[in-house]
Design a binder for this molecule. Structure first.
Ligand SMILES: Cc1ncc(COP(=O)(O)O)c(C=O)c1O
Length: 422
């Protein structure tokens, strides 16, 4: 059934999918429904999901505490374009969970949030340039599509405005001296934008003190530090990466886990910067769907649940991530495969290389063909990891010990197959 749906789709939807990462050879499976840790396909396969809406589904699919309130809200109206009390409630929850946040503006997508945070930084500093790091993905617009990660890492720059991309200065991740050199040579830098954990080149962990050093350099140079926490917000810890690593950016972007997968994003940060947003200030940001009652209701229910179960949820997700990673490492060792794994909190990813993965250049050298084979073999065993090496595997609160055991077994079988065919 997926194959015939794809035949129909590709005639009228470019490439047959509505976001490029969803395509893989020969055709992607089509989803029928999802519940908890599982996606059920139109072909009646039940898959344990480690893609989880690319990190959005932290509680689990169709999580009842969230779905219940959304259903109630649907009967009360899905769009007003006037303020609602729940928007204040959501902003209060965000401010209560993330340390050192003073104000929040709600939007819809991660791209929107990063784009407007850069505009804010430019207005605040009266400077132009954006520093971004090789492999970080911040959205689908010109001046962050400069060596981006995710599915954009394999696409061309066709149609991008070169003049716009030239405003972006590219540096390797985890390399403080490269940043030091750059800030000595350039005094027109408005902001440094970084994924505090790089989740769009597989998974790259910041080295000890790296984020602290970014903070110190940006403060010293009068540059705005933006943490793009679209993935890490509410996932690494209740207060995201800034709480996890104890580093406070000037502004941060949030999305994905904020509403357990309903379309909702936010910029959060210091009042003196946030108040530049219109109508209080002069930096324009607006959207018909921003703060829509469905996403906001989902956001309130998600954050209330995360707050309620945080002492159970975050340790459990870390334990699962460690168990899977250690289990896979044992099999890699037994099979003498050249592979390495990075994991942190509820995220993990495997690479076919014997190099330690510290930046995007290591990832580019890993064997992507073997990853694709691993993906295919895992799918046959009912495990859905991202089809691309440039994405991360995620775990949700709805995964259980049985899922984790099955996953390690499936990895063992898939790795054996991949190895045998080498
Ligand atoms: C770190 C990061 N920032 C920004 C984005 C863009 O978010 P969206 O796809 O909602 O526009 C993504 C998307 O995956 C992301 O991972």
């Amino acid at each position: 059934m997926s194959s015939s749906l794809f035949e129909r789709a590709k005639e009228i939807i470019p490439g047959g999918v509505n976001s490029p990462v969803r395509f893989y050879e020969p055709y992607p499976f089509f989803a029928s429904y999802s519940k908890g840790a599982k996606i059920i396909t139109v072909d009646h396969d039940t898959l344990i999901d480690y893609c989880l809406g690319y990190g959005a589904v932290i509680l689990g699919h169709a999580f009842s505490d969230v779905i219940k309130v959304v259903k109630t809200q649907l009967d009360k109206g899905n769009i007003f374009c006037v303020p609602t009390e729940n928007e204040i409630r959501l902003a209060e929850l965000i401010i209560g969970m993330i340390p050192n946040i003073e104000m929040v503006r709600l939007m819809n997508t991660g791209s929107e949030a990063t784009m407007h945070s850069i505009r804010l930084a430019r207005a605040f500093t009266k400077k132009k340039k954006v520093v971004k790091f090789d492999g970080c993905y911040h959205g689908a617009y010109d001046y962050v599509l400069v060596n981006p990660g995710s599915s954009a890492s394999t696409s061309s720059y066709d149609g991008n405005l070169v003049e716009s991309m030239e405003q972006t200065l590219l540096l390797p991740y985890n390399d403080v001296s490269a940043l030091e050199n750059l800030v000595q040579r350039n005094n027109d830098i408005a902001c440094i934008m970084v994924e505090p954990v790089l989740a769009n080149m597989g998974l790259i962990i910041p080295e000890q003190d790296y984020l602290n050093k970014l903070r110190r350099i940006s403060e010293r140079e009068g540059i705005i530090l933006i943490f793009d926490e679209v993935v890490t917000g509410f996932r690494l810890s209740p207060g995201g990466a800034s709480e996890y690593f104890g580093v406070v950016p000037d502004i941060m972007t949030l999305a994905k886990s904020i509403a357990n997968g309903f379309p909702l994003s936010a910029i959060a940060g210091k009042k003196k910067i946030m108040e530049l947003l219109s109508p209080k200030g002069t930096v324009f940001q607006g959207s018909t769907y921003a703060g829509n009652p469905i996403s906001v209701t989902a956001g309130v229910a998600t954050l209330e649940k995360l707050r309620e179960v945080k002492n159970d949820l975050y340790p459990k997700l870390s334990r699962f991530s460690d168990t899977i990673s250690d289990g896979i490492k044992d099999h890699i060792k037994d099979l003498k495969i050249k592979a390495s794994i990075n994991n942190i909190s509820s995220m993990f990813q495997l690479y076919f290389t014997d190099e330690e993965i510290k930046d995007a250049s290591n990832v580019r050298k890993s064997n992507k063909l073997l990853y694709k084979r691993l993906f295919t073999e895992l799918l046959k065993s009912g495990i859905f990891i991202p089809p691309s090496q440039f994405e991360t595997c995620f775990i949700s609160y709805s995964h259980d010990d049985d899922d984790i055991d099955k996953t390690i077994e499936a990895f063992a079988k898939a790795l054996r197959k991949v190895n045998d065919n080498e």
